[in-house]
Design a protein around this ligand. Structure first.
Ligand code: ATP
Length: 372
């Protein structure tokens, strides 16, 4: 068993709290992503799991072993945690061949020579490095070097992989390729993996689950679908998805509408039921809807004038080839739509837009927490 558990973990640097009361349970064999903006505490969290940083408070378990608990004076050093780390800057030994770089952790542990040979070749085969075993790091491309670094991490068969933005030094195309390879490799090996990134696309495509962190605090843990479809608050809703979710100030009316001042959208009956139950009728809320859920009316299937449509001014169009990002405005209410390439919208002209109310979200104005 190699689950990883963080229980009420805190990390202070002087007066500054980098990690606040983190509770996280990473299951055996799971690919868990720690996702959040720069400085949110994801690297610090990973370093505490690795044993490169001691928590100020709380407990960390790897499998059944308590590896850190300052109150009990427990601190297991990194080398005894049976983990392997891959970082953004993967330091390979420049004077060693690929073979020796991968073999190094096994040599350190005095593994017999023939077993080293067998495992290095197995890993090289898995990573497509067999032809390159005699090369030195300077004779490799960035992607190949990154694969050697991965090879060195997996050759030991650790209980847990810890990865900190391991793909961020690669160019965009290679990153996409390595993303898929790394995911496949992790599935094959079945090793619990904790992967830090600030890239939401990486998180969505690779993670079994994503832990979204902001300002040292865990915001939500869930599958990519859960954090996308049911964000727990405005932070998660705005951080995941591109372009980000539209947030619009609205008032919930007694007859079941979101009133934006210039226009209104009717909530679905079950949505309004929740709003009534939770006492939001007559109150100001934040209405959220993703750009992909606002349609050019010409391409929308269900159009209900006065209930899910508005006539909007097109301010700016960003043409991405496959689709158009359209900046829209009804008087001073602004929002962004993602329209198909075939849409004939023109800057400076009006267009009828349809809001897919099934995809609407409502957040509490004071706390930012999701109502639905
Ligand atoms: P990035 O994506 O930029 O690496 P991150 O989410 O990984 O960000 P951390 O490296 O965990 O962020 O840092 C969290 C906060 O803790 C930051 O504000 C950082 O400045 C602070 N911090 C990290 N290490 C130390 C330290 N040794 N001493 C003081 N402050 C630190």
């Amino acid at each position: 068993m190699a689950e990883v558990r963080l229980i009420n973990v805190w990390k202070q640097f002087g007066d500054f709290t980098a990690v606040k009361n983190m509770n996280l349970h990473i299951k055996d064999g799971e690919f868990m992503i720690l996702l959040g903006p720069s400085g949110c505490g994801k690297t610090t969290t990973l370093r505490m799991i690795a044993g490169l940083e001691e928590p100020t408070k709380g407990q960390i378990y790897i499998g059944d072993t308590l590896v850190a608990d300052p109150e009990k004076g427990v601190f297991v050093p990194p080398k005894d945690r049976d983990i392997a780390m891959v970082f953004q800057s993967y330091a390979l030994y420049p004077h060693m061949t690929v073979y020796d770089n991968i073999a190094f952790p096994l040599k350190l542990r005095k593994v017999p020579k023939d077993e080293i040979d067998r495992r290095v070749r197995e890993v090289a085969e898995m990573l497509g490095l067999t032809e390159l075993l005699n090369r030195k790091p300077r004779e490799l491309s960035g992607g190949q070097r990154q694969r050697v670094a991965l090879g060195r991490a997996i050759v030991r068969k650790p209980r847990v992989f810890l990865m900190d933005e391991p793909l961020s030094n690669l160019d965009a195309k290679l990153r996409v390729k390595m993303r898929a390879e790394l995911k496949k490799l992790q599935r094959q090996l079945g090793v619990t993996t904790i992967y830090v990134t600030h890239d939401q696309v990486e998180a969505m495509t690779m993670g079994d689950r994503i832990a979204v962190i902001n300002a040292g605090e865990l915001q939500q843990v869930g599958t990519p679908e859960e954090v996308y479809d049911k964000p727990a608050n405005t932070f998660v809703a705005g951080f995941i998805g591109s372009p980000p979710m539209n947030f619009m100030d609205a008032t919930v009316t007694e007859d079941g509408f979101a009133d934006f001042g210039e226009f209104r959208l009717k909530f679905l009956p079950d949505q309004f039921e929740v709003l009534e139950e939770k006492n939001y009728v007559g109150k100001d809320v934040i209405f959220g809807i993703r750009p992909e859920d606002i349609y050019d009316a010409l391409f929308a299937q269900v159009k209900i004038p006065g209930e899910n449509m508005a006539r909007a001014m097109v301010d700016i169009i960003e043409n991405l080839g496959g689709e158009k990002i359209v900046h829209l405005r009804v008087e001073d209410v602004t929002f962004v739509g993602k329209f198909p390439a075939e849409s004939r919208v023109q800057e400076g002209q009006e267009v009828d837009v349809v809001f897919d109310m099934r995809k609407a979200h409502v957040f509490d104005k004071a706390t930012g927490k999701a109502v639905f």
